[in-house]
Design a protein around this ligand. Structure first.
Ligand SMILES: *[C@@H]1O[C@H](CO)[C@@H](O)[C@H](O)[C@H]1NC(C)=O
Ligand SMILES: *[C@@H]1O[C@H](CO)[C@@H](O)[C@H](O)[C@H]1NC(C)=O
Ligand SMILES: *[C@@H]1O[C@H](CO)[C@@H](O)[C@H](O)[C@H]1NC(C)=O
Length: 356
């Protein structure tokens, strides 16, 4: 509710030519869980999976469908309201003495600085993508070995393979490299949040017939880490419900939700919010007169207040028309590190109003 008030205040300030816009904007950003307004430098394309998740969230609910919980990620069955995709920032490792069976060796690094301390990390999944079937099997036996190591220490000198002490996380054999591999890195990523512990991973593709099979090394496309986390400050545990909630027409000045479309372009946020372009936030406006208050989701207190108000209009005001039911929305955006983030926010849309 206060977020919407802030938003309304923000538009108001814009309309009157802006007093202390910066302060208002930073409050609004803070309530969205952001430290500053992101300004993407080299934004990556949005991963198809995030688009899919975003669109699933924005579909209108069928009649018998349970409303979506802003703090549960259905797709993975884990708690969370923030889904980030971190691009890999590691480089290829060029060895001084090439081992003949190693096709490819690469450091994978994901910068976690965007993850706030208060967030609880609930899932991390590494995706490694290769060009389509570039390595082909011929003859018998698994020709490729994919190994994923966790780098745990850096040596003082040099940046060669041996500069990292490493521990094996996964080892898998393949007849051919598929387009994409997924690895569960939840435990490792949790540990990476401790300062100094995130030294990344080392990916190695090896084959006993490397000379014959590894010529198309450009087959490695990219790696990314999908991380789900829960920012508890934005999750009250209350499951939001969605309903149309409009009061029957007739008494037009009675307390009820009114239409308010918030356009992110209007507040200059279109360069970092990918989707939606805006949303129907609504607001509450109207009177709470005696004796109608009972039908307007009032508290006993509000009913008493309207009675007193009808007896003494000067001394006691009417109760206020305020949101009593709100529902969540999802926003897809670039953060300050150019990571693509899908975040679910509770209490963004006014569904019902009441006299309080
Ligand atoms: C991670 O990102 C932050 C913020 O963009 C930056 O200050 C920091 O140097 C980065 N760390 C590494 C190891 O690249
Ligand atoms: C990933 O690993 C974590 C911890 O080891 C486990 O709790 C979780 O169920 C795993 N997730 C999947 C999808 O396998
Ligand atoms: C009051 O609540 C009921 C049920 O929860 C709902 O149907 C109705 O639309 C609400 N009234 C207003 C004014 O939002």
């Amino acid at each position: 509710m206060w977020l919407l008030h802030l938003a309304a205040g923000f538009f108001g300030a814009l309309l009157v030519g802006g007093m202390d816009l910066k302060a208002q904007e930073s409050l609004l950003l803070k309530s969205l869980g952001l430290r500053a307004r992101p300004s993407p430098k080299s934004p990556a394309p949005v991963p198809p999976l995030l688009w899919k998740m975003f669109h699933r969230r924005t579909l209108p609910l069928a009649k018998d469908q349970k409303p979506k919980d802003a703090c549960w990620v259905e797709e993975f069955g884990v708690p969370g309201n923030i889904i980030r995709v971190f691009p890999d920032q590691g480089g290829f490792i060029h060895r001084e003495e090439p081992q003949s069976w190693v096709c490819l060796q690469k450091r994978l690094y994901f910068n976690f600085s965007a993850v706030e301390e208060a967030e609880e990390l609930t899932m991390a999944q590494l995706q490694v993508r290769f060009g389509q079937n570039s390595y082909h099997a011929s003859g018998s036996g698994p020709p490729f070995e994919l190994s994923l190591y966790r780098a745990s220490q850096m040596a003082l000198r040099g940046m060669s393979t041996h500069a990292y002490s490493r521990s094996l996380l996964v080892e898998q054999s393949f007849l051919q490299l598929h387009k994409s591999f997924l690895f569960n890195l939840t435990e490792v990523a949790k540990d990476w949040r401790t300062a100094g512990k995130n030294l990344g991973l080392i990916l190695e593709i090896a084959s006993p017939r490397a000379g014959e099979l590894c010529s198309g090394l450009d087959s490695f496309l990219d790696a990314s880490l999908l991380v789900v986390s829960l920012a508890p400050r934005h999750c009250k545990g209350g499951r939001a419900k969605r309903s149309s909630g409009y009061v029957p027409a007739g008494l037009s000045n009675i307390c009820k939700p009114r239409r308010l479309f918030v356009s992110f372009g209007d507040i200059g946020w279109e360069n970092w919010i990918i989707a939606p372009q805006g949303y129907l936030a609504n607001y509450c406006l109207g009177e709470c007169p005696f004796p109608l208050t009972e039908e307007l989701n009032s508290t006993n207190h509000a009913i008493l207040q309207t009675m007193v108000h009808s007896l003494d209009p000067e001394g006691t005001p009417q109760p206020c028309c305020v949101p009593v039911r709100l529902s969540p929305i999802s926003i897809l955006y670039y953060d300050n590190d150019d990571n693509v983030v899908l975040r679910h926010y509770e209490d963004m849309v006014v569904d019902e109003c009441g006299c309080r």
